[in-house]
Design a protein around this ligand. Structure first.
Ligand SMILES: *[C@@H]1O[C@H](CO)[C@@H](O)[C@H](O)[C@H]1NC(C)=O
Ligand SMILES: *[C@@H]1O[C@H](CO)[C@@H](O)[C@H](O)[C@H]1NC(C)=O
Ligand SMILES: *[C@@H]1O[C@H](CO)[C@@H](O)[C@H](O)[C@H]1NC(C)=O
Ligand SMILES: *[C@@H]1O[C@H](CO)[C@@H](O)[C@H](O)[C@H]1NC(C)=O
Ligand SMILES: *[C@@H]1O[C@H](CO)[C@@H](O)[C@H](O)[C@H]1NC(C)=O
Ligand SMILES: *[C@@H]1O[C@H](CO)[C@@H](O)[C@H](O)[C@H]1NC(C)=O
Ligand SMILES: *[C@@H]1O[C@H](CO)[C@@H](O)[C@H](O)[C@H]1NC(C)=O
Ligand SMILES: *[C@@H]1O[C@H](CO)[C@@H](O)[C@H](O)[C@H]1NC(C)=O
Ligand SMILES: *[C@@H]1O[C@H](CO)[C@@H](O)[C@H](O)[C@H]1NC(C)=O
Length: 479
Protein backbone atom coordinates (compact mmCIF):
# COMPACT_ATOMS: atom_id res chain seq x y z
CA UNK A 1 0.00 0.00 0.00
CA UNK A 2 1.47 3.36 -1.06
CA UNK A 3 1.32 6.35 1.23
CA UNK A 4 -1.57 8.64 0.28
CA UNK A 5 0.62 11.52 -0.96
CA UNK A 6 2.53 9.19 -3.25
CA UNK A 7 -0.74 7.84 -4.62
CA UNK A 8 -1.78 11.36 -5.46
CA UNK A 9 1.47 11.98 -7.26
CA UNK A 10 1.04 8.81 -9.28
CA UNK A 11 -2.49 9.89 -10.23
CA UNK A 12 -1.27 13.32 -11.22
CA UNK A 13 1.34 11.70 -13.42
CA UNK A 14 -1.29 9.50 -15.02
CA UNK A 15 -3.57 12.44 -15.79
CA UNK A 16 -0.69 14.14 -17.52
CA UNK A 17 -0.60 11.22 -19.90
CA UNK A 18 -3.03 13.28 -21.95
CA UNK A 19 -0.70 15.74 -23.64
CA UNK A 20 -3.40 17.92 -25.13
CA UNK A 21 -6.12 19.67 -23.23
CA UNK A 22 -9.55 21.02 -23.98
CA UNK A 23 -10.27 24.51 -22.65
CA UNK A 24 -13.57 25.36 -21.07
CA UNK A 25 -16.16 26.90 -23.43
CA UNK A 26 -13.98 26.79 -26.53
CA UNK A 27 -14.33 24.69 -29.66
CA UNK A 28 -11.37 22.65 -30.86
CA UNK A 29 -11.36 21.82 -34.59
CA UNK A 30 -9.39 18.75 -35.54
CA UNK A 31 -8.66 16.55 -38.49
CA UNK A 32 -6.98 13.18 -38.75
CA UNK A 33 -3.57 14.80 -39.04
CA UNK A 34 -3.63 16.81 -35.84
CA UNK A 35 -4.73 14.16 -33.36
CA UNK A 36 -2.27 14.21 -30.43
CA UNK A 37 -0.45 11.11 -29.33
CA UNK A 38 -1.79 9.51 -27.19
CA UNK A 39 -5.16 10.46 -28.74
CA UNK A 40 -6.59 11.99 -25.60
CA UNK A 41 -7.38 15.36 -24.06
CA UNK A 42 -7.55 16.41 -20.46
CA UNK A 43 -10.84 18.01 -19.57
CA UNK A 44 -11.46 21.07 -17.37
CA UNK A 45 -13.27 20.75 -14.06
CA UNK A 46 -16.89 21.87 -13.79
CA UNK A 47 -19.96 21.16 -11.69
CA UNK A 48 -21.81 20.10 -14.83
CA UNK A 49 -19.60 19.74 -17.88
CA UNK A 50 -21.21 19.17 -21.28
CA UNK A 51 -18.89 17.60 -23.82
CA UNK A 52 -19.91 17.63 -27.46
CA UNK A 53 -18.45 15.98 -30.55
CA UNK A 54 -19.49 17.22 -34.01
CA UNK A 55 -18.45 15.60 -37.29
CA UNK A 56 -17.57 18.11 -40.00
CA UNK A 57 -17.07 15.67 -42.87
CA UNK A 58 -19.22 12.92 -44.22
CA UNK A 59 -16.85 9.91 -44.15
CA UNK A 60 -18.28 7.02 -42.22
CA UNK A 61 -15.91 6.33 -39.38
CA UNK A 62 -15.62 3.63 -36.76
CA UNK A 63 -14.13 6.08 -34.28
CA UNK A 64 -15.53 6.06 -30.74
CA UNK A 65 -15.21 8.70 -28.04
CA UNK A 66 -14.78 7.84 -24.37
CA UNK A 67 -14.63 10.10 -21.33
CA UNK A 68 -13.95 9.65 -17.69
CA UNK A 69 -14.36 12.00 -14.76
CA UNK A 70 -12.31 9.72 -12.55
CA UNK A 71 -8.80 10.74 -11.59
CA UNK A 72 -7.69 7.11 -11.51
CA UNK A 73 -8.29 6.38 -15.20
CA UNK A 74 -5.95 7.90 -17.77
CA UNK A 75 -7.09 6.12 -20.90
CA UNK A 76 -10.86 5.65 -20.97
CA UNK A 77 -11.85 3.17 -23.66
CA UNK A 78 -14.13 0.30 -24.62
CA UNK A 79 -12.89 -1.82 -21.71
CA UNK A 80 -14.87 0.44 -19.41
CA UNK A 81 -14.03 0.92 -15.75
CA UNK A 82 -15.31 3.13 -12.98
CA UNK A 83 -16.81 6.34 -14.34
CA UNK A 84 -15.85 5.62 -17.94
CA UNK A 85 -18.55 6.63 -20.40
CA UNK A 86 -18.93 6.49 -24.16
CA UNK A 87 -20.17 9.56 -26.03
CA UNK A 88 -22.56 8.09 -28.55
CA UNK A 89 -22.53 9.97 -31.83
CA UNK A 90 -25.85 10.12 -33.64
CA UNK A 91 -26.12 11.75 -37.09
CA UNK A 92 -22.70 13.28 -36.52
CA UNK A 93 -23.43 14.79 -33.11
CA UNK A 94 -22.51 13.40 -29.67
CA UNK A 95 -23.40 15.02 -26.34
CA UNK A 96 -22.48 13.98 -22.80
CA UNK A 97 -23.07 15.78 -19.49
CA UNK A 98 -21.82 14.88 -16.01
CA UNK A 99 -20.10 16.43 -13.00
CA UNK A 100 -16.35 16.68 -13.65
CA UNK A 101 -15.40 17.90 -10.20
CA UNK A 102 -11.71 17.07 -10.68
CA UNK A 103 -11.61 17.34 -14.46
CA UNK A 104 -11.16 14.21 -16.55
CA UNK A 105 -10.01 12.76 -19.85
CA UNK A 106 -11.53 12.40 -23.31
CA UNK A 107 -9.98 9.67 -25.45
CA UNK A 108 -10.45 8.84 -29.12
CA UNK A 109 -10.59 5.15 -29.88
CA UNK A 110 -10.11 3.63 -33.33
CA UNK A 111 -8.53 4.90 -36.51
CA UNK A 112 -9.50 7.99 -38.43
CA UNK A 113 -9.65 8.08 -42.19
CA UNK A 114 -7.41 10.68 -43.83
CA UNK A 115 -9.97 13.34 -44.68
CA UNK A 116 -11.98 13.13 -41.51
CA UNK A 117 -12.49 16.37 -39.59
CA UNK A 118 -14.48 17.08 -36.47
CA UNK A 119 -14.89 19.44 -33.52
CA UNK A 120 -14.91 18.81 -29.79
CA UNK A 121 -15.94 21.18 -27.03
CA UNK A 122 -16.43 21.17 -23.26
CA UNK A 123 -18.73 23.70 -21.68
CA UNK A 124 -20.12 24.51 -18.25
CA UNK A 125 -23.19 26.24 -19.70
CA UNK A 126 -24.93 23.67 -21.86
CA UNK A 127 -23.87 22.13 -25.16
CA UNK A 128 -21.78 24.24 -27.55
CA UNK A 129 -22.81 22.05 -30.50
CA UNK A 130 -26.50 21.42 -30.76
CA UNK A 131 -29.48 20.87 -33.02
CA UNK A 132 -31.88 23.61 -31.97
CA UNK A 133 -35.46 22.73 -31.10
CA UNK A 134 -36.76 25.71 -33.10
CA UNK A 135 -37.01 25.44 -36.86
CA UNK A 136 -36.40 28.15 -39.43
CA UNK A 137 -39.67 29.81 -40.43
CA UNK A 138 -41.11 30.23 -43.91
CA UNK A 139 -42.65 33.59 -44.77
CA UNK A 140 -43.79 32.66 -48.27
CA UNK A 141 -42.59 31.87 -51.76
CA UNK A 142 -43.19 32.93 -55.34
CA UNK A 143 -42.13 30.86 -58.32
CA UNK A 144 -38.48 31.89 -57.87
CA UNK A 145 -38.20 33.72 -54.52
CA UNK A 146 -38.59 32.78 -50.86
CA UNK A 147 -38.82 34.79 -47.64
CA UNK A 148 -37.25 32.80 -44.84
CA UNK A 149 -36.57 33.52 -41.17
CA UNK A 150 -34.07 32.31 -38.62
CA UNK A 151 -35.26 31.06 -35.22
CA UNK A 152 -36.21 34.04 -33.01
CA UNK A 153 -34.12 35.77 -30.35
CA UNK A 154 -34.64 38.73 -28.00
CA UNK A 155 -38.46 38.69 -27.66
CA UNK A 156 -39.88 42.20 -27.22
CA UNK A 157 -40.92 43.25 -23.74
CA UNK A 158 -44.30 44.95 -23.77
CA UNK A 159 -44.71 47.56 -21.08
CA UNK A 160 -48.41 48.31 -20.80
CA UNK A 161 -49.35 51.94 -20.17
CA UNK A 162 -51.10 52.67 -16.90
CA UNK A 163 -54.04 54.75 -15.76
CA UNK A 164 -54.53 57.76 -15.79
CA UNK A 165 -52.12 58.28 -18.69
CA UNK A 166 -53.18 55.19 -20.64
CA UNK A 167 -51.69 56.12 -24.00
CA UNK A 168 -51.60 53.35 -26.60
CA UNK A 169 -49.12 53.52 -29.46
CA UNK A 170 -50.40 54.44 -32.91
CA UNK A 171 -49.64 52.32 -35.97
CA UNK A 172 -45.86 51.89 -36.25
CA UNK A 173 -44.64 53.87 -39.18
CA UNK A 174 -41.05 52.83 -38.79
CA UNK A 175 -39.65 49.58 -37.50
CA UNK A 176 -38.07 49.43 -34.04
CA UNK A 177 -34.30 49.60 -33.76
CA UNK A 178 -32.72 46.16 -33.91
CA UNK A 179 -30.81 44.92 -30.84
CA UNK A 180 -27.12 45.84 -30.61
CA UNK A 181 -25.94 42.29 -30.94
CA UNK A 182 -27.52 39.33 -32.59
CA UNK A 183 -26.54 35.72 -33.23
CA UNK A 184 -24.73 35.28 -36.54
CA UNK A 185 -27.23 33.24 -38.56
CA UNK A 186 -26.42 31.80 -41.97
CA UNK A 187 -28.92 30.16 -44.29
CA UNK A 188 -28.39 27.07 -46.38
CA UNK A 189 -30.91 25.72 -48.88
CA UNK A 190 -30.83 22.95 -51.49
CA UNK A 191 -33.44 21.12 -53.56
CA UNK A 192 -34.93 18.37 -51.40
CA UNK A 193 -34.86 15.86 -54.25
CA UNK A 194 -31.07 15.61 -54.15
CA UNK A 195 -31.28 14.44 -50.51
CA UNK A 196 -27.74 15.71 -49.99
CA UNK A 197 -28.21 17.81 -46.87
CA UNK A 198 -30.34 15.45 -44.78
CA UNK A 199 -27.98 12.53 -45.36
CA UNK A 200 -24.98 14.48 -44.02
CA UNK A 201 -23.99 14.72 -40.35
CA UNK A 202 -26.53 17.13 -38.85
CA UNK A 203 -23.96 19.60 -37.52
CA UNK A 204 -23.23 23.28 -38.07
CA UNK A 205 -19.65 22.71 -39.29
CA UNK A 206 -20.80 20.11 -41.83
CA UNK A 207 -23.56 22.35 -43.22
CA UNK A 208 -21.29 25.41 -43.26
CA UNK A 209 -19.12 23.62 -45.84
CA UNK A 210 -22.05 23.15 -48.27
CA UNK A 211 -23.04 25.60 -51.01
CA UNK A 212 -26.52 27.04 -51.01
CA UNK A 213 -28.95 27.21 -53.95
CA UNK A 214 -30.28 30.57 -55.08
CA UNK A 215 -28.84 33.89 -53.99
CA UNK A 216 -29.54 36.15 -51.04
CA UNK A 217 -31.21 39.27 -52.44
CA UNK A 218 -31.62 40.90 -49.02
CA UNK A 219 -30.72 39.99 -45.44
CA UNK A 220 -31.98 42.03 -42.52
CA UNK A 221 -33.22 41.77 -38.94
CA UNK A 222 -36.98 41.88 -38.57
CA UNK A 223 -39.26 41.86 -35.52
CA UNK A 224 -42.00 39.79 -37.14
CA UNK A 225 -44.04 38.90 -34.04
CA UNK A 226 -43.83 38.57 -30.26
CA UNK A 227 -41.52 35.56 -30.59
CA UNK A 228 -38.71 38.04 -31.16
CA UNK A 229 -36.26 39.28 -33.73
CA UNK A 230 -35.26 37.06 -36.60
CA UNK A 231 -32.84 37.30 -39.47
CA UNK A 232 -34.99 37.61 -42.58
CA UNK A 233 -33.65 36.41 -45.92
CA UNK A 234 -35.11 37.17 -49.30
CA UNK A 235 -33.84 34.41 -51.56
CA UNK A 236 -33.97 34.81 -55.32
CA UNK A 237 -33.04 32.64 -58.28
CA UNK A 238 -34.96 29.53 -57.17
CA UNK A 239 -36.75 27.07 -59.46
CA UNK A 240 -40.55 26.90 -59.70
CA UNK A 241 -42.56 24.17 -58.00
CA UNK A 242 -39.55 22.73 -56.23
CA UNK A 243 -39.36 21.37 -52.71
CA UNK A 244 -36.30 22.87 -50.95
CA UNK A 245 -34.61 21.85 -47.72
CA UNK A 246 -33.47 24.72 -45.48
CA UNK A 247 -31.11 24.89 -42.53
CA UNK A 248 -30.02 27.86 -40.43
CA UNK A 249 -26.59 27.80 -38.81
CA UNK A 250 -26.16 29.84 -35.65
CA UNK A 251 -22.70 31.17 -34.82
CA UNK A 252 -21.05 28.26 -36.68
CA UNK A 253 -22.03 25.99 -33.76
CA UNK A 254 -25.71 25.26 -33.71
CA UNK A 255 -28.05 24.00 -36.36
CA UNK A 256 -31.74 24.63 -36.91
CA UNK A 257 -33.63 22.44 -39.36
CA UNK A 258 -34.26 20.73 -41.65
CA UNK A 259 -37.27 22.74 -42.70
CA UNK A 260 -38.90 22.28 -46.11
CA UNK A 261 -40.63 24.75 -48.37
CA UNK A 262 -42.07 24.62 -51.85
CA UNK A 263 -41.81 27.33 -54.51
CA UNK A 264 -44.95 28.21 -56.44
CA UNK A 265 -45.65 27.11 -59.99
CA UNK A 266 -44.35 29.22 -62.89
CA UNK A 267 -47.80 30.80 -63.47
CA UNK A 268 -48.02 32.19 -59.92
CA UNK A 269 -48.03 35.97 -60.40
CA UNK A 270 -48.45 37.54 -56.95
CA UNK A 271 -45.38 39.43 -55.64
CA UNK A 272 -44.12 39.24 -52.06
CA UNK A 273 -44.71 41.96 -49.48
CA UNK A 274 -42.39 42.60 -46.52
CA UNK A 275 -40.85 45.42 -44.46
CA UNK A 276 -44.24 46.90 -43.50
CA UNK A 277 -43.71 48.28 -39.96
CA UNK A 278 -47.44 48.61 -39.22
CA UNK A 279 -48.03 44.98 -40.29
CA UNK A 280 -44.72 43.28 -39.46
CA UNK A 281 -46.25 39.81 -39.92
CA UNK A 282 -47.21 40.48 -43.53
CA UNK A 283 -44.33 38.62 -45.16
CA UNK A 284 -46.17 36.85 -47.95
CA UNK A 285 -47.44 37.12 -51.54
CA UNK A 286 -50.22 39.65 -52.09
CA UNK A 287 -52.54 40.16 -55.08
CA UNK A 288 -51.04 43.24 -56.73
CA UNK A 289 -49.42 43.74 -60.13
CA UNK A 290 -45.61 43.40 -60.28
CA UNK A 291 -44.09 46.34 -58.36
CA UNK A 292 -42.41 49.19 -60.21
CA UNK A 293 -39.12 50.62 -59.03
CA UNK A 294 -38.22 47.72 -56.86
CA UNK A 295 -34.77 46.25 -57.01
CA UNK A 296 -36.00 43.28 -55.03
CA UNK A 297 -39.30 42.83 -56.96
CA UNK A 298 -41.26 42.99 -53.73
CA UNK A 299 -43.66 45.45 -52.12
CA UNK A 300 -42.34 47.25 -49.06
CA UNK A 301 -43.30 50.45 -47.26
CA UNK A 302 -41.68 52.55 -49.99
CA UNK A 303 -43.68 51.27 -52.96
CA UNK A 304 -46.93 49.90 -51.51
CA UNK A 305 -49.85 51.96 -52.94
CA UNK A 306 -50.57 54.65 -50.37
CA UNK A 307 -54.33 54.06 -50.58
CA UNK A 308 -53.73 50.68 -48.96
CA UNK A 309 -51.41 51.90 -46.22
CA UNK A 310 -53.32 55.14 -45.51
CA UNK A 311 -56.67 53.38 -45.12
CA UNK A 312 -55.10 50.80 -42.86
CA UNK A 313 -53.41 53.31 -40.60
CA UNK A 314 -56.68 55.28 -40.33
CA UNK A 315 -58.42 52.10 -39.17
CA UNK A 316 -55.68 51.58 -36.62
CA UNK A 317 -55.98 55.12 -35.34
CA UNK A 318 -59.78 55.12 -35.22
CA UNK A 319 -59.86 51.78 -33.46
CA UNK A 320 -57.40 52.99 -30.83
CA UNK A 321 -59.46 56.13 -30.28
CA UNK A 322 -62.64 54.10 -29.76
CA UNK A 323 -60.90 51.58 -27.53
CA UNK A 324 -59.53 54.23 -25.20
CA UNK A 325 -63.00 55.73 -24.61
CA UNK A 326 -63.11 52.89 -22.09
CA UNK A 327 -61.26 53.71 -18.87
CA UNK A 328 -58.36 51.46 -19.82
CA UNK A 329 -56.20 50.52 -16.85
CA UNK A 330 -58.85 51.60 -14.34
CA UNK A 331 -61.94 49.57 -15.28
CA UNK A 332 -61.02 46.01 -16.07
CA UNK A 333 -63.25 44.25 -18.58
CA UNK A 334 -61.37 40.99 -18.14
CA UNK A 335 -59.10 39.44 -15.52
CA UNK A 336 -56.75 38.35 -18.32
CA UNK A 337 -56.81 40.98 -21.03
CA UNK A 338 -55.93 44.65 -21.18
CA UNK A 339 -56.64 47.37 -23.74
CA UNK A 340 -53.06 46.97 -24.94
CA UNK A 341 -53.65 43.23 -25.54
CA UNK A 342 -56.83 44.07 -27.41
CA UNK A 343 -55.05 46.60 -29.59
CA UNK A 344 -52.27 44.16 -30.49
CA UNK A 345 -54.73 41.36 -31.30
CA UNK A 346 -56.90 43.69 -33.37
CA UNK A 347 -53.90 45.00 -35.32
CA UNK A 348 -52.86 41.45 -36.18
CA UNK A 349 -56.35 40.53 -37.28
CA UNK A 350 -56.68 43.72 -39.33
CA UNK A 351 -53.36 43.03 -41.06
CA UNK A 352 -54.39 39.45 -41.88
CA UNK A 353 -57.69 40.52 -43.48
CA UNK A 354 -56.39 43.72 -45.07
CA UNK A 355 -53.56 42.02 -46.90
CA UNK A 356 -55.10 39.13 -48.82
CA UNK A 357 -52.57 36.33 -49.26
CA UNK A 358 -52.16 34.53 -52.56
CA UNK A 359 -51.73 30.79 -52.30
CA UNK A 360 -51.53 27.51 -54.12
CA UNK A 361 -52.40 24.00 -53.05
CA UNK A 362 -49.45 22.33 -51.29
CA UNK A 363 -48.02 19.62 -53.54
CA UNK A 364 -47.99 17.00 -50.79
CA UNK A 365 -51.73 17.45 -50.28
CA UNK A 366 -52.46 17.05 -53.95
CA UNK A 367 -50.35 13.91 -54.21
CA UNK A 368 -51.99 12.42 -51.13
CA UNK A 369 -55.42 13.33 -52.40
CA UNK A 370 -54.83 11.77 -55.79
CA UNK A 371 -53.23 8.61 -54.45
CA UNK A 372 -56.14 7.94 -52.11
CA UNK A 373 -59.57 9.46 -52.14
CA UNK A 374 -59.67 9.74 -48.34
CA UNK A 375 -56.15 11.04 -47.93
CA UNK A 376 -54.21 10.59 -44.72
CA UNK A 377 -51.05 12.21 -43.51
CA UNK A 378 -48.35 9.63 -43.16
CA UNK A 379 -47.21 10.75 -39.73
CA UNK A 380 -50.54 11.00 -37.93
CA UNK A 381 -52.93 8.84 -39.92
CA UNK A 382 -55.41 11.71 -39.66
CA UNK A 383 -57.25 12.93 -42.75
CA UNK A 384 -54.93 15.38 -44.51
CA UNK A 385 -56.52 18.80 -44.77
CA UNK A 386 -56.50 20.91 -47.87
CA UNK A 387 -55.40 24.54 -47.61
CA UNK A 388 -58.07 27.22 -47.06
CA UNK A 389 -57.94 28.49 -50.63
CA UNK A 390 -60.58 30.53 -52.36
CA UNK A 391 -60.46 30.98 -56.12
CA UNK A 392 -60.61 34.55 -57.40
CA UNK A 393 -61.61 35.33 -60.95
CA UNK A 394 -60.94 38.47 -62.95
CA UNK A 395 -64.33 39.79 -61.78
CA UNK A 396 -63.91 38.96 -58.05
CA UNK A 397 -63.99 42.01 -55.81
CA UNK A 398 -61.09 41.75 -53.35
CA UNK A 399 -62.01 41.56 -49.66
CA UNK A 400 -60.03 44.71 -49.13
CA UNK A 401 -61.47 47.29 -51.55
CA UNK A 402 -58.23 49.31 -51.52
CA UNK A 403 -56.71 46.44 -53.52
CA UNK A 404 -57.84 47.09 -57.07
CA UNK A 405 -59.18 44.04 -58.91
CA UNK A 406 -56.45 42.17 -60.76
CA UNK A 407 -56.82 41.12 -64.33
CA UNK A 408 -55.92 37.52 -63.52
CA UNK A 409 -57.19 34.47 -61.73
CA UNK A 410 -55.51 33.46 -58.51
CA UNK A 411 -56.37 31.85 -55.19
CA UNK A 412 -56.52 33.56 -51.83
CA UNK A 413 -55.24 31.70 -48.78
CA UNK A 414 -57.78 32.75 -46.18
CA UNK A 415 -56.80 33.98 -42.70
CA UNK A 416 -56.88 31.43 -39.89
CA UNK A 417 -60.05 32.09 -37.86
CA UNK A 418 -57.95 31.98 -34.67
CA UNK A 419 -56.61 35.44 -35.58
CA UNK A 420 -60.18 36.72 -35.38
CA UNK A 421 -61.02 34.78 -32.24
CA UNK A 422 -57.91 36.11 -30.49
CA UNK A 423 -59.11 39.69 -31.11
CA UNK A 424 -62.64 38.74 -30.02
CA UNK A 425 -61.27 37.31 -26.75
CA UNK A 426 -58.90 40.20 -26.07
CA UNK A 427 -61.27 43.10 -26.71
CA UNK A 428 -64.05 44.58 -24.57
CA UNK A 429 -67.62 43.72 -25.56
CA UNK A 430 -68.69 47.27 -26.26
CA UNK A 431 -66.54 47.31 -29.41
CA UNK A 432 -68.90 44.74 -30.89
CA UNK A 433 -66.07 42.72 -32.42
CA UNK A 434 -67.38 39.29 -33.42
CA UNK A 435 -66.20 36.42 -35.58
CA UNK A 436 -68.41 34.30 -37.85
CA UNK A 437 -69.37 30.92 -36.46
CA UNK A 438 -67.99 27.71 -37.89
CA UNK A 439 -71.41 26.10 -38.06
CA UNK A 440 -72.69 28.90 -40.25
CA UNK A 441 -70.47 30.33 -42.95
CA UNK A 442 -67.13 31.05 -41.30
CA UNK A 443 -65.32 28.91 -43.84
CA UNK A 444 -66.27 31.31 -46.64
CA UNK A 445 -64.01 34.00 -45.22
CA UNK A 446 -61.62 32.16 -42.86
CA UNK A 447 -59.60 29.00 -42.62
CA UNK A 448 -61.54 27.03 -39.97
CA UNK A 449 -60.48 23.99 -37.99
CA UNK A 450 -56.75 24.06 -38.73
CA UNK A 451 -55.29 25.36 -35.46
CA UNK A 452 -58.26 24.84 -33.14
CA UNK A 453 -61.29 22.64 -33.71
CA UNK A 454 -64.25 23.85 -35.72
CA UNK A 455 -66.43 24.25 -32.61
CA UNK A 456 -65.76 26.94 -29.98
CA UNK A 457 -63.62 25.85 -27.00
CA UNK A 458 -61.76 23.23 -29.00
CA UNK A 459 -58.38 24.88 -28.65
CA UNK A 460 -55.58 22.84 -30.11
CA UNK A 461 -57.99 20.27 -31.58
CA UNK A 462 -57.67 21.39 -35.16
CA UNK A 463 -56.08 19.32 -37.89
CA UNK A 464 -53.12 19.74 -38.41
CA UNK A 465 -53.07 21.93 -35.26
CA UNK A 466 -51.09 24.76 -36.88
CA UNK A 467 -51.19 27.28 -39.71
CA UNK A 468 -48.17 25.77 -41.45
CA UNK A 469 -45.68 23.00 -40.80
CA UNK A 470 -41.97 22.44 -41.28
CA UNK A 471 -42.67 20.13 -44.25
CA UNK A 472 -43.68 23.00 -46.52
CA UNK A 473 -47.47 22.84 -46.11
CA UNK A 474 -49.36 26.07 -45.43
CA UNK A 475 -53.02 25.69 -44.43
CA UNK A 476 -54.26 29.17 -43.62
CA UNK A 477 -52.82 32.66 -43.17
CA UNK A 478 -51.60 33.43 -39.67
CA UNK A 479 -50.04 36.88 -39.37
C1 LIG B 1 -18.50 11.39 -12.22
O1 LIG B 1 -19.76 11.21 -12.88
C2 LIG B 1 -20.68 10.45 -12.12
C3 LIG B 1 -21.91 10.21 -12.98
O2 LIG B 1 -22.47 11.39 -13.45
C4 LIG B 1 -21.00 11.20 -10.83
O3 LIG B 1 -21.90 10.44 -10.04
C5 LIG B 1 -19.71 11.43 -10.05
O4 LIG B 1 -19.99 12.23 -8.92
C6 LIG B 1 -18.69 12.15 -10.93
N1 LIG B 1 -17.41 12.20 -10.20
C7 LIG B 1 -16.70 13.32 -10.11
C8 LIG B 1 -15.42 13.22 -9.34
O5 LIG B 1 -17.03 14.38 -10.63
C1 LIG C 1 -26.15 19.49 -17.08
O1 LIG C 1 -26.24 20.23 -18.31
C2 LIG C 1 -27.06 19.61 -19.30
C3 LIG C 1 -26.95 20.43 -20.56
O2 LIG C 1 -27.28 21.77 -20.35
C4 LIG C 1 -28.49 19.53 -18.78
O3 LIG C 1 -29.29 18.88 -19.74
C5 LIG C 1 -28.50 18.75 -17.49
O4 LIG C 1 -29.80 18.73 -16.94
C6 LIG C 1 -27.53 19.36 -16.47
N1 LIG C 1 -27.47 18.47 -15.31
C7 LIG C 1 -27.62 18.94 -14.07
C8 LIG C 1 -27.52 17.93 -12.98
O5 LIG C 1 -27.81 20.13 -13.85
C1 LIG D 1 -48.43 59.97 -21.25
O1 LIG D 1 -47.68 58.88 -21.81
C2 LIG D 1 -47.13 59.17 -23.07
C3 LIG D 1 -46.50 57.89 -23.64
O2 LIG D 1 -46.00 57.09 -22.65
C4 LIG D 1 -46.12 60.31 -22.92
O3 LIG D 1 -45.56 60.60 -24.18
C5 LIG D 1 -46.84 61.53 -22.36
O4 LIG D 1 -45.91 62.55 -22.13
C6 LIG D 1 -47.56 61.18 -21.07
N1 LIG D 1 -48.38 62.33 -20.66
C7 LIG D 1 -48.43 62.76 -19.42
C8 LIG D 1 -49.33 63.91 -19.18
O5 LIG D 1 -47.80 62.23 -18.54
C1 LIG E 1 -20.95 35.07 -39.61
O1 LIG E 1 -20.66 33.74 -39.98
C2 LIG E 1 -20.14 33.62 -41.31
C3 LIG E 1 -20.00 32.14 -41.62
O2 LIG E 1 -19.49 31.45 -40.55
C4 LIG E 1 -18.82 34.38 -41.41
O3 LIG E 1 -18.33 34.28 -42.73
C5 LIG E 1 -19.07 35.84 -41.05
O4 LIG E 1 -17.87 36.54 -41.04
C6 LIG E 1 -19.72 35.95 -39.69
N1 LIG E 1 -20.11 37.34 -39.47
C7 LIG E 1 -19.89 37.98 -38.32
C8 LIG E 1 -20.37 39.38 -38.26
O5 LIG E 1 -19.35 37.43 -37.38
C1 LIG F 1 -33.11 45.08 -47.46
O1 LIG F 1 -34.31 45.68 -47.95
C2 LIG F 1 -34.78 46.73 -47.12
C3 LIG F 1 -36.13 47.16 -47.66
O2 LIG F 1 -36.09 47.33 -49.04
C4 LIG F 1 -33.77 47.85 -47.08
O3 LIG F 1 -34.23 48.85 -46.21
C5 LIG F 1 -32.45 47.30 -46.56
O4 LIG F 1 -31.47 48.31 -46.63
C6 LIG F 1 -32.01 46.11 -47.40
N1 LIG F 1 -30.84 45.54 -46.77
C7 LIG F 1 -29.80 45.17 -47.47
C8 LIG F 1 -28.65 44.60 -46.68
O5 LIG F 1 -29.78 45.24 -48.68
C1 LIG G 1 -61.93 57.40 -38.85
O1 LIG G 1 -62.52 58.41 -38.07
C2 LIG G 1 -62.74 59.62 -38.82
C3 LIG G 1 -63.22 60.67 -37.84
O2 LIG G 1 -64.17 60.12 -36.97
C4 LIG G 1 -63.77 59.32 -39.91
O3 LIG G 1 -63.99 60.51 -40.67
C5 LIG G 1 -63.20 58.24 -40.83
O4 LIG G 1 -64.16 57.85 -41.80
C6 LIG G 1 -62.80 57.01 -40.04
N1 LIG G 1 -62.10 56.13 -40.93
C7 LIG G 1 -62.31 54.83 -40.99
C8 LIG G 1 -61.48 54.09 -41.99
O5 LIG G 1 -63.11 54.27 -40.27
C1 LIG H 1 -40.89 18.20 -49.15
O1 LIG H 1 -40.01 17.10 -49.00
C2 LIG H 1 -40.05 16.47 -47.72
C3 LIG H 1 -38.97 15.41 -47.69
O2 LIG H 1 -39.10 14.53 -48.76
C4 LIG H 1 -41.44 15.89 -47.49
O3 LIG H 1 -41.51 15.29 -46.22
C5 LIG H 1 -42.45 17.02 -47.57
O4 LIG H 1 -43.75 16.51 -47.42
C6 LIG H 1 -42.34 17.73 -48.90
N1 LIG H 1 -43.22 18.88 -48.84
C7 LIG H 1 -44.15 19.11 -49.74
C8 LIG H 1 -45.05 20.27 -49.47
O5 LIG H 1 -44.29 18.41 -50.73
C1 LIG I 1 -57.10 41.50 -69.12
O1 LIG I 1 -56.17 40.61 -69.75
C2 LIG I 1 -56.59 40.20 -71.05
C3 LIG I 1 -55.62 39.15 -71.56
O2 LIG I 1 -54.32 39.40 -71.11
C4 LIG I 1 -56.66 41.43 -71.98
O3 LIG I 1 -57.10 41.04 -73.26
C5 LIG I 1 -57.65 42.43 -71.38
O4 LIG I 1 -57.66 43.63 -72.14
C6 LIG I 1 -57.25 42.78 -69.95
N1 LIG I 1 -58.29 43.61 -69.36
C7 LIG I 1 -58.00 44.72 -68.65
C8 LIG I 1 -59.17 45.45 -68.11
O5 LIG I 1 -56.85 45.10 -68.45
C1 LIG J 1 -67.93 25.18 -45.57
O1 LIG J 1 -68.44 24.16 -44.73
C2 LIG J 1 -69.62 23.54 -45.24
C3 LIG J 1 -70.18 22.58 -44.20
O2 LIG J 1 -69.32 22.42 -43.11
C4 LIG J 1 -69.26 22.81 -46.53
O3 LIG J 1 -70.40 22.19 -47.06
C5 LIG J 1 -68.72 23.84 -47.54
O4 LIG J 1 -68.30 23.19 -48.71
C6 LIG J 1 -67.56 24.61 -46.92
N1 LIG J 1 -67.21 25.70 -47.80
C7 LIG J 1 -65.96 25.99 -48.13
C8 LIG J 1 -65.76 27.18 -48.98
O5 LIG J 1 -65.02 25.31 -47.71
Amino acid sequence: MLPETLLCLVNAALIQAATASLSLNAILSLNSQDIPSPPSFSLPAAQNLTITVAYCSSETVSTRFFVTNSTTVDDPGPDGGTDVYEITVNQGLGTFSAPFLDGGVLAIDGTLSDDFSFEIAASDSGPMHEVLATFPLLGDTTSNQALLFSPPFDPPIFIDPSYPNYTLPGPSLSSPLPPDSSPNFTLLIAPTSSQTLTSLPQTACMMASQTSSGNIANESLWLRDEDGWRTQWLMAGLSPQTNYTAYVIQDSQKLSGPMYFVTKSAVFACPLAAFLPYCPGVTYAIPLPPPDNSELSIYDSTNLPSTISDTLTTYFTNFTTTLTTQACGRDYYSPLQTCADCQRAYFRWLCSVSFPRCGEQSPSTTTTMSSSSIGTTASTGLPSPTSALQAQTTSSVPRNPTFSPLNMTYSVLMPCIETCQAADRACPNFLGFACPLARFNANQSYGVGYIDGAEPNQQGLGIPGQAQDQWGNVWCNFV
